[in-house]
Design a protein around this ligand. Structure first.
Ligand code: ATP
Ligand code: MG
Length: 422
């Protein structure tokens, strides 16, 4: 992609309404645009990052479930059936358009904040024999929540992107087995996103879902909204909301030795037991044709929140720093204005490929602006072509992610750059 053609431009000044570090940086660099607090457009660069995060999540989830897409709207009956219509304080709804419908129970459409109420009847439609179990399905989709405070940019949206997977089982044992498999996939996802080191599986409350514990995946982050107690040695943590000294003792942890840090919840998995199948009357027939409640699990990952978390985790005072696995482009090519430089830069661009490179071909930008924008946009590798580098028949290769370490690379060996960097 050539910078002269890119839909967005970087900006020095942004609205004072944008408070969080992640939204400020991503707005300045042209990745997102704030429609209102908690509601963002993902612009071409931002869309690429979202797609890359989604692809890693999809790749791991495909190993344990099938992808589908459910509607963002639903009728209100099932939310009453599960008693969540009035229990979920962030539930958003809109009135039905036609007057007749207003008198019926369908008068209100729910903008789904999560999809247990939607997936359960769908699963019931297709799978009711013990032979049909276990199975799992997932989607990557926009959720709506009427969050009271939406001042943390992508960390807390009123409209945000979530991956939600649901699993269905004939016994608690089978649910528990699958639950462990899901944990393995979650660990793989956070490793591939570059935040595995700092992401802890965390005992937390069951929220609106269950009275039992759930497991959150918390990434240590100064601006995170949760307080967790870390046990670095055992790589587990306890959310402050459940980690009273008594709770901690029950979980076999000495409360006094835990280290307290701020963190952001990037994922949450719940053993739902039979709560939803009971409320929504989802039973299977066992080998003796006896009807039994289905066991369920629910597994979320905050896709757009992850983009915010990763932004804040790696950014420095010059701008964004993307892990290679989710960067919009691997290379950012900067040629200092000069005919010969531009000729070489064109060749580098063609060789490495337009889908891997962001190429600063702008006539108007000064040298300083070019370097500042490359730093701000945060592609992992910067390639500089200048008189000085050409004297040695080289380009300069600078690592954005690694304290700007650099080396000279021969022009006629550009093809081998990717291998060299790997
Ligand atoms: P929180 O405690 O932060 O409000 P939650 O526990 O209500 O989140 P879940 O219902 O567990 O959220 O949703 C699954 C995942 O979706 C969360 O782990 C988080 O990563 C993400 N998520 C939840 N709410 C938001 C939001 N308002 N904006 C962005 N991502 C969110
Ligand atoms: Mg949660």
């Amino acid at each position: 992609m050539k910078l002269s053609k890119l839909f967005t431009k970087t900006s020095k000044n942004i609205s004072s309404q944008i408070e969080s570090v992640n939204a400020q940086l991503l707005t300045r660099a042209g990745y997102i645009y704030q429609e209102m607090a908690g509601v963002y457009a993902f612009l071409p660069l931002g869309m690429k990052v979202i797609k890359n995060i989604e692809q890693i999540v999809r790749d791991e989830m495909d190993k344990i479930g099938e992808e589908l897409l459910m509607p963002a709207l639903s009728g209100r009956e099932r939310w009453h059936a599960t008693k969540r219509h009035d229990a979920i304080d962030i539930l958003m709804s809109t009135r039905a358009a036609n007057e007749k419908a207003l008198e019926k129970s369908t008068a209100e459409y729910i903008l789904n904040p999560t999809h247990e109420e939607i997936i359960t009847p769908i699963a019931k439609h297709f799978r009711t024999s013990y032979k049909d179990f276990p199975f799992a399905v997932y989607q990557i989709q926009t959720k709506f929540r009427n969050e009271a405070r939406a001042k943390s940019g992508l960390l807390r949206g009123r409209e945000f992107i979530m991956k939600d997977l649901y699993s269905f089982h004939t016994s608690e044992d089978d649910l528990n087995k699958f639950y462990e498999l899901a944990k393995e996939r979650y660990d793989a996802i956070f490793d591939r996103l570059g935040i595995g080191q700092d992401t802890y599986i965390t005992f937390a409350s069951g929220g609106d879902f269950t009275d039992d514990y759930s497991h959150e995946y918390q990434t240590v982050l100064e601006s995170g909204e949760d307080v967790i107690y870390l046990d670095r040695k055992n790589k587990v943590a306890y959310n402050k909301e459940v980690a009273t000294p008594e709770d901690a003792k029950k979980l076999g942890v000495n409360f006094d030795e835990l280290e307290q840090v701020m963190a952001s919840e990037v994922g949450n998995i719940f053993p739902l037991s039979t709560k939803f199948s009971e409320h929504l009357d989802y039973k299977y027939s066992d080998e003796d044709n006896i009807q039994k409640n289905v066991w369920m699990g629910s597994y979320g990952i905050g896709i757009s929140r992850l983009m915010g978390v990763i932004t804040e985790k790696f950014a420095d005072d010059k701008g964004l720093v993307w892990p290679e696995s989710i960067a919009p482009y691997m290379y950012h090519i900067v040629a200092l204005p000069d005919e010969e430089n531009i000729k070489v830069a064109n060749k580098v661009y063609e060789t490495l490929g337009e889908d891997k490179c962001l190429y600063d071909d702008r006539d108007s930008a000064s040298t300083g602006e070019r370097f500042a924008d490359a730093d701000l946009i945060g592609c992992p590798v910067q390639i500089v072509v200048s008189k000085k580098t050409l004297e040695n028949n080289c380009v300069e290769v600078i690592s954005r992610s690694d304290k700007f370490e650099s080396f000279m690379h021969p022009i006629d060996e550009i093809e081998s750059l990717e291998t060299k960097l790997a």
